[in-house]
Design a protein around this ligand. Structure first.
Ligand code: CO
Length: 148
């Protein structure tokens, strides 16, 4: 397959989205809107303690994450490091199998089993200490054949 750069090499996993921690979704989305990224509806992901707003950028998205309350992992991130890039998410077909494979290969994970993500997806986070300080998310999108 020929990549966008025109170089003939494997394409690898696709970046599903880049997660960005913000204090407030409206304030946090202003620069991205100015860049011209279309905004989707907000969604609450209670399991992760966040309110989420997606902004589409071609084949990928910016995922703005605002804390629901002070106990949210995003609230802790904001108090330690301030607003900014929080994680990079890759799309996988089978999050359970991919997580198990990575753990067998010695990866460190935040989640030992997948958990519910936004829009019916299933996700698992790998530990930032494993990927050079980057929090990596694996996302298995909702099965479009099984709309729940
Ligand atoms: Co994410």
């Amino acid at each position: 397959m020929i990549g966008r750069s025109g170089v003939d090499r494997p394409v690898g996993l696709e970046v599903d989205h880049v997660g960005v921690a913000v204090h407030d979704l409206d304030e946090g989305s202003a620069p991205w809107r100015l860049l011209g990224l279309p905004v989707a509806d907000d969604e609450t992901v209670a399991e992760q303690g966040v309110r989420v707003r997606m902004l589409r950028a071609g084949d990928t998205e910016i995922e703005l994450l605002a804390p629901l309350d002070a106990s949210s992992p995003i609230a802790r991130f904001l108090s330690r490091r301030g607003p900014g890039v929080h994680h990079v998410a890759f799309r996988v077909e089978d999050v359970e199998a991919e997580l198990a494979r990575l753990l067998r290969e010695g990866a460190r994970a935040v989640d030992l089993t997948p958990r519910p993500g936004r829009a019916g997806s299933r996700v698992a986070f790998l530990h930032p200490s494993w990927a050079g300080g980057v929090l990596v998310e694996l996302v298995q999108p909702a099965d479009p054949e099984r709309s729940s």
